[in-house]
Design a protein. Sequence first.
Length: 201
Amino acid sequence: MLFRSTKAATKAKQKHIRTDPKREATRWLRVAQATDEALAAERLSAIHVADREGDNYDFFGPLTTSRFVVRVAHTRVVTNHVEGFVPSPGHPQPQLDDAVAAITVRARRSVELSARVTSGGRRRAVTPRAAREAELEIKATTVSLRPPSVSDFKEPVTVNVVEVTEVGAPDGEEPVRWRLLTTEPIATEADRKSTRLNSSH
């Protein structure tokens, strides 16, 4: 009887997942590209909107010539200059977190948050919350991302990132935070508002 070490088994499983043509990122990419192609014939375009599960470099990397809004689940290495970043032995290159922290707030808005209850059918745990008015700060910048070593798509990509953060959340309530990667423009407040609205659909 042969036994494979846990580390070796994990690597083999990761390789199988990356090369499996039926894996989610591959299916989503095929659907997005087919949609773009079909709509181009009608001189139309789609905005591909994905929740955290769509934060997969093999999905959004090849789509940078398309329109998309993806909610961020992971921090990533950025290759552009980040103001104020100081390398350290355990943190030699700036991350997406560093790039967002370095930029100033572009706008502030008040919004009404709806009540939320825990749903047992969701993959990701959801914290319940009461309806409330939230004060939000909005940041936006452009970043260049380095492909992860495990990614099949090896090209660096340049995308916009928009972060919306609640300030002054009530005691006991988790502050709202949305961080989005997008190819949509972010130059104006109207652009950034459009991106936030698209991500909420």
